[in-house]
Design a protein around this ligand. Structure first.
Ligand SMILES: NC(=O)c1ccc[n+]([C@@H]2O[C@H](COP(=O)([O-])OP(=O)(O)OC[C@H]3O[C@@H](n4cnc5c(N)ncnc54)[C@H](OP(=O)(O)O)[C@@H]3O)[C@@H](O)[C@H]2O)c1
Length: 316
């Protein structure tokens, strides 16, 4: 089964733009659904891309815009909700994937790629984010039948130009002089490059060996959160003393920041960080952090310095 047309939900975001721009060089027709077409008008330069404003939570609108497509890629996800009761997490991570499967089945769309997250688990996930991600992932695999081939992807933190992880720390490091207090500093990650993630999605589209499978996606190296923040400071040429907060202070920080505008850190984020975001027994994606990040966080001279520093200290 070759997919000639693909509808991407969440295609205007960080990962979605990579997938869309990779598909732009293919012969596939791309349709992106967005809440606000005006905000993403620059995507219209892609000749085989159609940008459509839609409320994907409205089943009728969803079906209208999925009609005629050969495949759907669902990337919609949130790291925090505006409320505090888990309702928005359920709506986005569980109800939406279920209605996407329902729409695919009723319209006869044969292929669905679904974005989950590493450690997503409906029963044992320590946070609402991870439990709802796990529930949504299970739902798409359970409700799929032999008429709909589903593949899901479970990445660790994703990096690349415009990521919201390293760029966020870069912004904070620039604002805070000297000392950088860091919650959950020992949490471990295996950052995976957005280009590698996009490649896995695109290859899977037409690959029957991926049907029904769930793939963990991790980069080649593991780091603690403290190492990642120190690495970011070094690339930026900033001298900062990164201090890992004890557990009670990390929790307190989460309780306080959860009430700040935009929820820079929440109790649910704190809970997600209680397990390491790393892969076990999986083939690792090839691109390492230091092949890419210096080009968007700092400049290449700093990278040469950083490479020297890493060789001398053995630190990543
Ligand atoms: N980035 C990471 O490090 C990472 C790690 C693990 C898993 N993931 C998962 O990967 C997926 C993509 O991540 P990303 O970093 O590309 O996310 P992103 O940049 O926030 O993009 C997600 C897109 O989904 C749409 N969206 C967000 N909230 C929505 C809502 N409440 N209702 C409808 N549409 C909504 C938005 O499109 P419009 O505004 O155009 O509607 C947005 O552009 C997510 O499912 C995320 O959980 C990401």
């Amino acid at each position: 089964m070759k997919c000639n047309s693909v509808c991407i939900l969440g295609g205007t975001g960080f990962v979605g733009r990579y997938i869309a721009s990779r598909l732009a060089t293919s012969d596939k027709r791309i349709r992106l659904l967005t809440r606000n077409r005006e905000r993403h008008r620059e995507l219209l330069v892609i000749p085989n891309l159609e940008l459509v404003e839609a409320d994907v939570f409205d089943t009728r609108q969803l079906e209208t815009h999925l009609k005629g497509m050969d495949a759907v890629i669902n990337l919609i996800g949130i790291l925090n909700e505006t409320g505090h009761n888990g309702e928005e997490f359920r709506k986005v991570h569980v109800d939406l994937p279920k209605s996407i499967v329902g729409a695919c089945l009723s319209l006869g769309i044969p292929r669905l790629l679904h974005m989950s997250a590493i450690n997503a688990d409906a029963n044992t996930g320590p946070s609402i984010y991870l439990r709802t991600k796990g529930e949504g992932e299970n739902a798409v695999h359970t409700f799929a039948t032999n008429r709909l081939a589903v593949t899901s992807f479970r990445p660790s933190v994703i990096f690349g130009p415009n990521d919201s992880f390293l760029n966020r720390f870069a912004g904070l490091l620039k604002k805070l002089p000297l000392v950088f207090p860091l919650a959950c500093a020992d949490a471990r990650f295996a950052p995976v490059y957005v280009g590698d993630v996009a490649e896995r999605f695109i290859k899977a589209l037409d690959d029957p060996s991926t049907y029904g499978k769930r793939f963990d996606l991790c980069g080649p190296q593991e780091y603690s959160l403290k190492e990642l923040v120190e690495y970011t400071a070094h690339i930026l040429g900033l001298k900062r003393w990164v201090i890992g907060l004890p557990d009670f202070a990390s929790k307190m920080q989460a309780y306080v920041l959860e009430w700040f505008p935009g929820k820079p850190f929440s109790v649910d984020n704190y809970r997600s960080l209680q397990i390491d975001s790393v892969c076990r027994d999986t083939e690792l994606q090839p691109t390492s952090l230091d092949m890419i990040t210096p080009s968007y966080l700092g400049n290449s001279n700093r990278y040469i310095e950083y490479d020297r520093y890493r060789k001398q200290t053995g630190k990543y």
